[in-house]
Design a protein around this ligand. Structure first.
Ligand code: NAP
Ligand code: BGC
Ligand code: ZN
Length: 353
């Protein structure tokens, strides 16, 4: 069958011919519909994040997938059910406490592999197999956009952790600052825009489709070249909630100054090592004296995917139409990995329902 992946020593994805997988006991065979592309895929292709499966010369890409059950193979699914797979699987050598508890998203990187990212083949192929526990049911009406469930689930988890960290007192966030106008940032703006005054950080000139989306959602675009993160409380207002999706390491520290008292910032970006100066003493005191919190968040589990199903169904159609800028047939997959300024979210299509 056809798959899209990277080979060791190559710098760009290729069409590969790989064996069609056979489901083992407890696994279903899934016919792939669509697979989304995000910033992490570009980091994997560049070799700055993730890695190849041990003993393999290639990695099949893709971790944001939706498909149709082709062979339920004694799982609880039926042929024709639409499903989305979670990303993490137990590492070579077997399961561990995180998987046994159903909390794979809380495993440290040494205790998990990630399909399409780190140590395990992804979903960018005509078929894939998965154990039942790692498949989430998707209503048929959401099949075409089901590749958005994984990134939405990432934000569901991060917001859950952020809210949990503020759960011991009356916290009613009114302002939110989303750092980053890539696909993860824009999805999160859309998720928050009805409930708070939302600001979104970018570094682009107008006209730009991501700025149009921010403003169409009623949020305020903040250009980091004019207004750095730490200046936002003076220029706009202090932020109860910050969601970092830039991967720009200084933003973790700048966020502490942008937070309102008792606020929380969730960090999602996956930056490279970068040494710079910070006034650690001042920031430490700022945390303590204003009850501020920073929380890191990675990956997501089935409960976050289920929350994402409800969320996706509630996102406004005009937003989704502007957000999904390219559905590309798998034999023209290269287009989905081009990073044009007019691209926001692209997906590779293998089949239709
Ligand atoms: P992306 O497409 O790379 O988006 C990042 C956005 O941040 C880009 O639009 C970029 O602007 C903007 N940006 C970067 N530095 C900036 C700065 N100094 N000021 C203003 N804007 C800046 O990636 P994504 O798919 O949206 O994901 C965002 C980050 O989250 C990535 O680091 C990704 O690896 C990570 N991620 C983490 C998880 C998790 O589970 N923790 C899940 C998914 C993604 P330009 O486009 O103009 O350069
Ligand atoms: C994926 C997550 C993954 C993370 C770190 C993200 O792009 O959506 O599932 O855990 O990258 O590799
Ligand atoms: Zn991702």
């Amino acid at each position: 069958m056809d798959a899209i992946g990277i080979e060791r020593g190559c710098e760009s994805p290729r069409l590969l011919e790989v064996p069609k997988p056979d489901p083992t006991d407890g696994e279903a065979l899934i016919r792939t519909l669509r697979v989304g592309v995000d910033g992490t895929d570009h980091e994997v292709i560049a070799g700055t994040h993730g890695g190849f499966p041990e003993d393999d010369d290639h990695l099949v890409l893709g971790h944001e997938a939706v498909g149709v059950v082709e062979d339920p193979n004694d799982t609880g699914f039926e042929r024709g059910d639409v499903v989305a797979p979670t990303v993490r699987r137990p590492p070579e050598g077997g399961t561990n406490q995180y998987f046994e508890r159903g909390e794979a998203d809380m495993a440290p990187p040494t205790e998990t592999v990630e399909r399409g990212i780190d140590g395990a083949h992804g979903f960018m192929s005509e078929y894939f197999t998965s154990p039942e526990a790692f498949l989430v049911s998707v209503p048929e009406a959401l099949a075409e956009l089901g590749f958005l469930l994984e990134p939405i689930s990432i934000s569901e988890k991060a917001l859950e952790l952020a809210y949990a960290s503020r759960s011991s007192f009356a916290w009613e966030p009114e302002t939110a600052f989303v750092l980053g106008n890539g696909p993860l940032g824009l999805l999160t703006v859309a998720m928050l825009a009805d409930d708070m005054r939302v600001y979104c950080l970018g570094r682009r000139d107008r006209p730009d489709p991501s700025i149009d989306i921010v403003e169409s959602l009623g949020a305020t675009y903040v250009d980091s070249r004019e207004t750095p993160v730490e200046a936002v409380p003076d220029v706009h207002e202090p932020m109860d909630l910050i969601y970092e999706a830039t991967g720009y390491a200084k933003h973790a520290f700048d966020s502490i100054d942008a937070l309102a008292p008792n606020g929380v910032a969730a960090l999602l970006g996956v930056p490279e090592p970068w040494t710079f100066d910070v006034d650690g003493g001042r920031l430490h005191k700022e945390f303590v004296m204003h009850n501020k919190a920073l929380v890191g968040s990675v990956n997501s589990g089935p409960s976050h995917f289920r929350a994402a199903v409800d969320r996706l169904g509630a996102l406004p159609d005009p937003f989704l139409e502007a957000f999904v800028t390219g559905i590309v047939p798998h034999r023209g997959f290269e287009r989905a990995f081009e990073q044009r300024k007019t691209d926001i979210k692209t997906a590779v299509e293998f089949d239709s329902i």
